[in-house]
Design a protein around this ligand. Structure first.
Ligand SMILES: [Zn+2]
Length: 169
């Protein structure tokens, strides 16, 4: 399960801020090891990371279901309500975001959209763009790169954009 924070633009200072899910989700390995204050959602352990701001309300789905971005339906919606942390202006507060619209790492090049979850993901994408011989089967984290951006003509352009963004932030 993806528990790493995603990067958004800080509305106060414009720098990179982290968005934290208010809960940590992990799979049960042994029931004896479930933390005392945690909730159980099927076989998923749910821990409240900011209990002063967010309490867990079990979605009405028999088994754990997660949604990303604009997907709807019963279950838990990731990348939506959580905490925004900005080291630059010292903010840690409740925030509701739209993903991927609020992504800090996003590029629109010739009408094609590329989004990275966070700096690590952007660096992973950059490394992949730099590869001379890319394996055709992409890792899940790299599947959101529009295929057109991987062409011989286009890849160096995209690479340039990503490099510059990483250098400036
Ligand atoms: Zn800030």
């Amino acid at each position: 399960m993806q528990n790493d924070p995603i990067d958004i633009r800080c509305p106060k200072c414009g720098h990179v801020a982290h968005f934290h899910e208010p809960f940590r989700f992990t799979c049960v390995i042994r029931y004896a090891e479930v933390p005392e204050n945690a909730h159980l959602w099927g076989r998923v352990v749910v821990e409240e990371l900011y209990p002063e701001h967010y309490h867990w309300h079990q979605p009405e789905t028999p088994k754990p279901t997660f949604h990303q971005g604009k997907e709807t339906g019963p279950g838990y919606r990731l990348n939506h309500r959580g905490m925004r942390e900005c080291a630059c202006c010292g903010t840690l507060e409740k925030a509701t975001i739209s993903w991927p619209e609020d992504a800090y790492w996003q590029w629109n090049i010739d009408g094609h959209q590329l989004v990275a979850r966070n700096r690590e993901h952007a660096e992973m994408i950059l490394a992949y763009l730099r590869e001379r011989k890319r394996v055709p089967n992409r890792k899940p984290a790299l599947r959101n790169i529009p295929t057109v951006m991987l062409t011989k003509q286009f890849a160096p352009v995209v690479q340039d954009h990503v490099e510059r963004a990483l250098e400036q932030a």
